[in-house]
Design a protein around this ligand. Sequence first.
Ligand SMILES: *Cc1c(COP(=O)(O)O)cnc(C)c1O
Length: 360
Amino acid sequence: MNRPFNFSAGPATLPLPVLERAQAELVDWNGSGMSVMEMSHRGKEFTSIAEKAEADLRSLLSIPDNYRVLFLQGGASSQFAMVPMNLHRGRPSADYVNTGVWSKKAIGEGARFLDVSIAASAEANGFTDIPAQDSWTLNADAAYVHYTPNETIGGVEFGWIPDTGDVPLVADMSSTILSRPLDVSRFGLIYAGAQKNVGPSGLTLVFVRDDLMGDAAPRTPTQFDYKVLSDHGSMANTPPTLAWYLAGLVFDWLLAQGGVTAMAEINQRKADKLYAAIDASDFYANPVAKDARSWMNIPFTLADAERDTEFLSGAAEAGLFSLKGHRSVGGMRASIYNAMPESGVDALIQYMSEFERDKA
Ligand SMILES: *Cc1c(COP(=O)(O)O)cnc(C)c1O
């Protein structure tokens, strides 16, 4: 099989060795005579799968012992609501930083549960940069500060971690988690839908600091209470077992690649060369300020939008899939998460240069 390069923003491409291993183990996991899909989540086989996945994830990101790691359902979008329900803790409001589409969704959902104060916004410049921290308005008695380290649609990414003092920092890391080393101790809570850089959809990771649990709003549904979920080892009800297992295979693969330090080097190189190709051309453009450009999601436009369809069909013929930009932005978007090999980025750059030469 000639596998194409899939630049989808999510669900996104997975490492081929992970898919092959899943295929080999699909019908009979480790001599158990069962598929992972058929196992009790409380049996010894799945327990070993779940524990290894968590241990590998903790090791990949050096997650400190005072953080719980939860393997949940519901996607990052459910966390937009679970965060305020659990972390409100009687405080008057929460601070949110608005850097694009996903920030706005988190803000909209947060406002259903508490008073949202916008600490900073990049809306006035069309979300093409990150507001410098010295321009933020932070409230010392805020329940937490929420931000989106990587805006998957706008292609804007923080190269730094905000300093919020004693106020817990909450981050939606759906499209950047595991792309590089991370100092988890700087955060109160981190969440991420799995289908960008972790595994298949249906799984959501949450890292939550111990002291932030146990004070959820009174009407918080049992299944949305981090303390309940943590006390039950993410098995207060049936967890997404297959997705948890597949994420575990990805963690295993990441460790074999040299972990997140090695991935960071490759990811930066991939992004640098694609931005360099865009910047060197008069035909392609990316609007984002240089120091706010995402390593993971790279939107770009063609000088002549009439050629978009032709660009995309030629790309598909060349084995380059899912480059169409988000409907709210138009143009193109190349998502180049951990599982996108450098050769995929090279092939994209070559196609872009040939298209420009032949059609521009
Ligand atoms: C994809 C994405 C989401 C939404 O994730 P779901 O799992 O579909 O709810 C939220 N935030 C960011 C940054 C994303 O990239």
